[in-house]
Design a protein around this ligand. Structure first.
Ligand SMILES: [Zn+2]
Length: 196
């Protein structure tokens, strides 16, 4: 059982991992806490945005849209490798997912297939949205992949988690395909090496 870190601790952890962090608006208090619980936290979830253009991507993740109000994550990782903090607390990124997956994340064991929509992920996961079209062709620049590795590692390091606490949205919620263009297995390897 891990309570979420404070907004200040989150910012400190990201900077300590060597990331360039951009604080956007009232990110510390921008959340969906009035709609449900935030925490205990159990892991980190990686997404792609299906957008092009950093400024618009960050703004969309901050504001959300009519059917899904923002914030849509905690940090937006743009192609240049910067992490833009758009919200902190409960955020609309994970949706409903599979309780068997959550149990595996908590136990840091191999993930089962995700085939149920029965568990509130927004309560339990930190979320990073990554600027990419998600078509399998849009490139993932080196700086961006390294930032994903560092951001996930920063959260894991704070909580004493290993790389198995980091999952892709597609490993959580049936029907999701993100992130697409690199494998979560390769990203977990990188995170594990960084934490070692
Ligand atoms: Zn997603």
């Amino acid at each position: 059982m891990s309570p979420p870190m404070s907004a200040s601790a989150f910012l400190r952890a990201l900077k300590a991992e060597g990331l360039t962090v951009v604080e956007v608006g009232d990110w510390r208090d921008h959340n969906r806490n009035h709609k449900g619980p935030w925490g205990p936290v159990h892991g980190v979830m990686i997404h792609h945005t299906v957008t092009k253009g950093s400024a618009g991507t960050v703004e969309l993740c901050r504001r959300g849209y009519a059917d899904l109000p923002g914030p849509l994550c905690h940090g937006v990782i743009t192609k240049d490798g910067r992490v833009h903090l758009v919200g902190y607390g409960r955020a609309n990124h994970a949706g409903l997912g599979d309780d068997d997956v959550l149990r595996a994340v908590i136990a840091e064991k191999r993930l089962p297939a995700d085939n149920e929509l029965n568990t509130d992920g927004n309560r339990h996961f930190y979320g990073f949205e990554c600027e990419n079209l998600g078509d399998g062709e849009d490139p993932w620049p080196k700086a961006q992949l390294e930032a994903i590795e560092r951001a996930a590692a920063a959260v894991c390091r704070h909580h004493g988690w290993n790389e198995r606490s980091v999952i892709g949205h597609k490993e959580w919620q049936p029907g999701k395909v993100d992130p697409r263009g690199f494998t979560m297995t390769s990203m977990r390897k990188r995170i594990g090496d960084r934490l070692a």
